[in-house]
Design a protein around this ligand. Structure first.
Ligand SMILES: Cc1cc2nc3c(=O)[nH]c(=O)nc-3n(C[C@H](O)[C@H](O)[C@H](O)COP(=O)(O)OP(=O)(O)OC[C@H]3O[C@@H](n4cnc5c(N)ncnc54)[C@H](O)[C@@H]3O)c2cc1C
Length: 419
């Protein structure tokens, strides 16, 4: 539910046709309508304390974290209506659900883009044990996400010819960049216990809170967890933010998959512009076999990614040590008081970092050899197929990826209609 589009400098890494001036109107279209951004309704007092402490640490205030220059600290806008998550399905699909020219089939696995004489003509899919074929009147639009789209293209024989042949996949179209350039936001940070009396999301699932949320759409259960954020430059010579801090009024550990047992707070540091690059590749020629997702986090040869993330963890500690937040805390849980020097913290980064679930770049747009789609999102060298999702982004936004994906989709709609 975090609506954070990034910084206008993000577009510098995209083809000229996707400059900030060119994409900004599409943020206007979505932000004003189908994909709303709202203020969070009931922020935790810990989040307000985080903003105060970050200001005390010298970070500037940012009223709107979606300003073209997003540097500074503030509250995170959310994709919600009346305290409930409002998804892109709510915004775009539900209003047109009954149109006679729209058919939505769920629980389907598309297994192949069908190509005849150099043109994509449809897709094969599986629904349970049933195989199906959907023909395209004009174009196939692949929107399976930064993992799913390269997976589908590779399984259709569209990708690096030598790698496909080595797995026994017939080559339909040699396109060396498919699945390469996997970029993702890596997060680590500080988890601290809170003093007795400070309520956090750990204890928010009470019957009164559930009723309050159901009846009024208010209370702590409206929380999107990552309630406050700061975008900062790790060094003065960096042109735009390369670090983000996100505060969550709960101990967030092991990707949030473990239910917290104690009250606490998390201040995560996120590497916004990683140099480490991974890839998505096929495991086998079986289209139903899951692909290999190899993010290669912290693998850059200069070790700069670890350095920046380390700076983020240290900044998080300094903010947590400032009032008013400091007075609400009762000791560090992670990385732990013992982890003070660089070696101990780097070992912690290697062991405990986690994804922010922002993969992009695996069907990158551009016009060079490794680009997968052209600036109009058409698969290069193949007629009748486009990719429209986060995979086409050449670089990670200095923000989160959902709204930028909506921007790509809004623009794609115009491109498809030749507007
Ligand atoms: C837990 C989590 C929390 C997140 N929180 C935020 C947040 O707060 N703010 C933010 O900005 N971003 C957030 N993100 C990231 C955001 O969700 C993604 O950037 C965004 O959804 C990308 O959109 P997409 O269309 O590229 O891919 P997706 O949303 O992944 O859509 C791809 C769809 O294709 C389907 N698919 C894939 N392969 C096939 C196939 N072969 N056949 C049929 N269907 C297929 C998938 O099931 C999926 O429904 C979060 C992600 C996760 C996982």
């Amino acid at each position: 539910m975090m609506v954070l589009r990034g910084n206008q400098a993000d577009q510098d890494a995209w083809p000229a046709a996707w400059s900030w001036d060119a994409v900004e109107p599409y943020y206007g279209v979505s932000g004003a309508g189908p994909f709303p951004q709202a203020d969070a309704r009931d922020l935790s007092p810990l989040t307000a304390a985080f903003v105060e402490s970050a200001l005390a640490e010298g970070l500037g205030h940012r009223d709107d974290l979606n300003d073209p220059n997003n540097q500074g600290v503030g509250f995170v806008p959310v994709s919600q209506r009346r305290g409930r998550r409002f998804s892109v399905a709510d915004g775009y699909l539900r209003p047109v659900w009954r149109r006679p020219n729209l058919t939505v089939v769920t629980d389907v696995r598309v297994t192949r883009v069908v190509v005849e004489d150099g043109r994509a003509t449809g897709v094969n899919y599986r629904l349970g044990d049933v195989e199906g074929l959907a023909l395209a009147g004009r174009e196939v639009i692949v929107s399976a996400g930064a993992i799913g789209s390269p997976w589908l293209l590779l399984g259709s024989g569209i990708g690096p010819a030598d790698e496909l042949r080595a797995l026994g996949v017939g080559v339909t179209h040699d396109l060396p960049g498919v699945g390469k350039n996997l970029l993702d936001h890596l997060a680590n940070g500080v988890v601290a216990a809170t003093v007795p009396g400070v309520k956090t999301l750990t204890s928010a699932e009470t019957l009164p809170n559930v009723l309050r949320w159901l009846v009024t759409g208010r209370g702590p259960l409206t929380s999107n967890v990552g309630e406050g954020a700061a975008f900062v430059r790790s060094r003065p010579d960096v042109a735009a933010p390369d670090l983000e801090l996100v505060v969550a009024p709960v101990p967030f550990q092991d990707e949030g998959l473990i239910k917290p047992t104690r009250e606490g707070v998390t201040l995560a540091a996120i590497l916004l512009q990683p140099r480490s690059v991974g890839e998505v590749r096929l495991r086998s020629a079986d289209p139903l076999d899951t692909p290999i997702v190899d993010p290669r986090y912290l693998s850059d040869s200069g070790g700069q990614d670890a350095e920046v993330l380390l700076a983020g963890v240290r900044l998080a500690r300094r903010i947590l040590a400032r009032e008013p937040l400091a007075g609400k805390l009762a000791g560090e849980i992670l990385p732990g008081e013992d982890a003070q020097d660089d070696d101990a913290l780097l070992a912690h980064l290697g062991a405990k970092s986690q994804t922010l679930y922002h993969p992009v770049g695996t069907c990158r747009m551009g016009d060079d050899e490794l680009a997968v789609v052209d600036p109009e999102l058409r698969v290069r060298g193949l007629a009748g197929v486009r990719v429209v999702d986060a995979s086409v982004m050449p670089a990670l936004p200095r923000g989160h990826t959902n709204w930028p994906t909506v921007m790509v989709a809004e623009r794609a709609a115009d491109l498809i209609r030749s507007r």
